[in-house]
Design a protein around this ligand. Structure first.
Ligand code: GTP
Ligand code: 3PG
Length: 203
């Protein structure tokens, strides 16, 4: 039977992601950091919906192989950035009949299962989790025919609200620490204290 909600996890190659941290972390350190954050978010997603309701979209064969080794679906993207990758993933998910599609960022060190459950429990067609500043979108759940265009990039939260309003879809907003605190900048590295070791910068 098709899953009620499928979670799409978009992830850049571990070596290339989090380029805004390149001034303070080496490529090896950023690789470890990205791998650690992905492992965390993926584990939480699997705990809530199960591996077979997770689709990882990435330019990295290694990451897709990793996803498939634990029963999730891996999809290699065509290479045109985050929004295009998510659209490709959404087509794949819809082809298998899932009703709800949750696009979830993989840079959320504080994420816990109750965060995803809060998104799934919101009774609206479009459910958004903005970042702490209200600029970006860290999670976007769209149900049924309310499949709004992905507008990730600067100001994406307002853009997603606008897309939903244009479609006449009801919007719920979920504000929780685990969803709002994405890690982008050096000043946010302390968020990683929530995770175990494996990413620490060299002394
Ligand atoms: N598949 C895929 N995922 C992406 C792409 N760009 C960003 N992501 C993922 O989208 C989520 C949010 O991305 P950002 O906060 O922009 O992270 P980032 O691109 O690694 O960070 P910067 O390089 O500092 O901009 C993370 O899970 C990223 O891995 C892309 O082109 N393709
Ligand atoms: O809304 C977005 O585009 C993504 O969450 C990434 O935003 P960020 O680069 O501010 O993390």
């Amino acid at each position: 039977m098709a899953a009620e909600t499928t979670i799409i996890l978009p992830v850049r190659g571990f070596e290339s992601g989090k380029s805004r941290l390149a001034k303070i972390l080496s490529v090896q350190e950023r690789t470890a950091l990205n791998a650690r954050m992905f492992a965390h978010v993926f584990a939480v997603a699997r705990e809530v919906v199960g591996s077979d309701a997770c689709l990882i979209v990435s330019p990295s064969q290694e990451i897709c192989d990793l996803a498939e080794s634990v029963g999730a679906q891996g999809l290699i993207e065509g290479g045109y950035g985050l929004n295009a990758a998510l659209e490709e993933a959404r087509r794949a998910v819809r082809a298998r009949g899932s009703d709800g599609i949750l696009a979830l960022s993989c840079d959320l060190p504080l994420l816990v299962p109750a965060d995803i459950e809060a998104l799934l429990g919101a009774a609206h067609d479009v459910v958004l989790a903005p970042d702490v500043e209200g600029g970006g979108t860290n999670a976007l759940l769209a149900r049924g025919s309310a499949q709004i265009a992905y507008r990730f990039g600067p100001g994406s939260y307002r853009a997603h609200v606008h897309e939903a309003e244009s479609l006449g879809a009801g919007v719920a907003v979920v504000n929780r620490p685990g969803l709002a605190n994405d890690l982008d900048l050096p000043g946010q590295l302390s968020l990683l204290n929530n995770l175990g070791g494996g990413w620490q910068p060299a002394a």
